[in-house]
Design a protein around this ligand. Structure first.
Ligand code: GAR
Length: 193
């Protein structure tokens, strides 16, 4: 990624819609000595997202935009990101699809984590579909975001084995544990660290 890390950490916004466990692990990572990023803004489309509580806990600014009018929300968001000098965006359980125009504005600077071994199982309900197809393995992927859903260049993946009595809940849990490790590893890779 062509970003001026220099001495300062890359100012990053994390977009969430729900629990925010990936957000929490990104914040923890950002506070480590080796991290090239700082988490300076939390963005959500959902005012009830539990993950928004990390704003208070870690004293990080938050913004909620309802995305009912996507164009309006995104234009507003672009201004907020500029004002906060945000250089990189990490999508972490963000359940809205960003427009081509928005993605173009942050070309090559938006990362996403997805709970499957992409290019397999793009979109929603991944664990259910994986189990239905009797897959032996699943996992998670961190990738760059482009204008096609879950299709940007893959940065890193982690495979997990599916056990005999696996349920979508147990699989989701198992993959989430790996997601928390993978996202920061992928960020290190993006910065050649
Ligand atoms: C994670 O499993 C993430 O990969 C997934 O939502 C969960 C969010 O958990 N994202 C997607 O499905 C995106 N299409 P979290 O809120 O605890 O980080």
């Amino acid at each position: 990624m062509v970003l001026s890390t220099g001495y300062n950490r890359v100012r990053t916004a994390v977009f969430i819609s729900g629990t925010g466990s990936n957000l929490k692990s990104l914040i923890k990572f950002s506070k480590s000595k080796k991290s090239p990023i700082s988490v300076d803004l939390i963005v959500s489309n959902n005012s009830k997202a539990i993950g928004l509580n990390y704003s208070k806990k870690f004293k990080i600014k938050k913004k909620v935009l309802n995305f009912k009018n996507k164009k309006l929300s995104e234009n507003n968001l672009i201004l907020i990101l500029k004002k906060n000098k945000i250089e990189m965006i990490c999508l972490a359980g963000f359940m809205k699809i960003l427009s081509k125009n928005f993605i173009k504005k942050f070309k090559g600077k938006i990362l996403n984590i997805h709970p499957s071994l992409l290019p397999k199982y793009k979109g929603l309900n991944t664990h259910m579909r994986v189990l239905k197809n009797k897959e032996k393995y699943s996992g998670c992927t961190v990738h760059f975001v482009n204008s096609r859903l879950d299709s940007g260049k893959i940065i890193l993946q982690k495979k997990v084995k599916i056990l005999k009595n696996e349920t979508k809940v147990s699989l989701a849990k198992k993959i989430l544990v790996q997601e928390h490790k993978l996202y920061s590893k992928a960020i290190m890779k993006v910065f050649n660290l």
